[in-house]
Design a protein around this ligand. Structure first.
Ligand code: HEM
Length: 249
């Protein structure tokens, strides 16, 4: 028998009509959502994939050194955490001298302008036999400025600014002594600023270095006394000459 389509009657409508219709409408709209919508899970999947790809690329680009493009927060470095827990060290110059690498059980310390830095991560340079071992176990700020690694291994900075002051090699300059005095004052101020700049640069070099970290402070056991430290030969030779300066201007 052929099937006959029947118009829904009032009874049939009331029994399953609106419910069924709305259910089927809801069903078809759900299907459309599933077909075209982006779920939260999809977004998470994309983000995770991007993070993994980025880490992988970083690992490849940094020659297997880092998955975070070289970023390494201090709390992931064990010696820094240990130092942080123990608190900063305070050492006198004679105590500091023990940290020069001769005792392998102690860390390697370098001090600049009273601040001690742990440079144990670079024993090749600062350890025994290293090219800059003379900086280890002491505050040799003066040598950091002058470059005189034999004579200036001291924190005594008195008179070091002279290295940036011109040598007065012109006898009959046509300016008054008052003008000379004012010029000298100005040059002295500039020279002191250069010394401060050099010290600041080295301090920043050690504090911003990714392998070194600040360990504490040097406490002077008497401070710098006596005759001012003489200017080393190397620094003396680097001094500008007044005659050359006048020629230029
Ligand atoms: C005021 C002068 C200078 C100071 C204070 C100084 C200081 C230093 C310091 C502290 C380091 C170690 C850096 C680190 O911890 O990674 C270093 C490395 C180095 N410096 Fe100098 N330096 C000076 C001048 C020079 C000059 C003139 C030369 C070249 C002739 C030079 C060549 C080197 C080399 C090759 C290294 C790498 C050392 C190594 O890998 O063994 N430095 N310098």
């Amino acid at each position: 028998m052929s099937e006959l389509r029947q118009r829904p009657t009032a009874t049939s409508k009331s029994s399953n009509g609106p419910d069924k219709e709305s259910r089927s409408r809801q069903h078809s709209s759900n299907e459309t959502d599933q077909d075209h919508g982006i779920s939260l899970l999809d977004i998470i999947r994309v983000i995770v994939t991007l993070i993994i790809a980025c880490c992988g690329l970083s690992y490849y680009m940094t020659s297997s050194e880092s998955v975070l493009w070289g970023y390494r927060p201090w709390y992931t470095r064990w010696p820094v955490v240990k130092q942080w827990v123990q608190g900063p060290v305070t050492l006198t110059p004679s105590q500091l001298s023990l940290y020069n690498g001769t005792d392998a059980t102690l860390p390697l310390y370098v001090a600049v302008n009273g601040t001690i830095f742990d440079v144990s991560a670079n024993r090749m340079i600062y350890g025994p036999g290293g090219s800059y071992n003379f900086f280890a176990g002491r505050d040799a700020t003066r040598a950091f400025v002058t470059g005189c690694f034999k004579e200036d291994l001291t924190s005594d900075m008195r008179g070091v600014e002279i290295m940036f002051m011109p040598v007065e090699d012109v006898e009959n300059e046509s300016i008054t002594s008052a003008q000379k005095k004012i010029r000298r004052e100005k040059e002295l101020r500039a020279a002191k600023a250069r010394v401060e700049g050099a010290v600041k640069r080295w301090t920043e070099f050690f504090s911003n270095h990714k392998k070194y970290f600040e360990a504490g402070r040097v406490v002077e056991d008497g401070g710098v006394v006596g005759e001012p430290w003489p200017l080393c030969e190397g620094a003396q030779k680097q001094r500008p000459k007044r005659s050359a300066m006048l020629e230029k201007s």
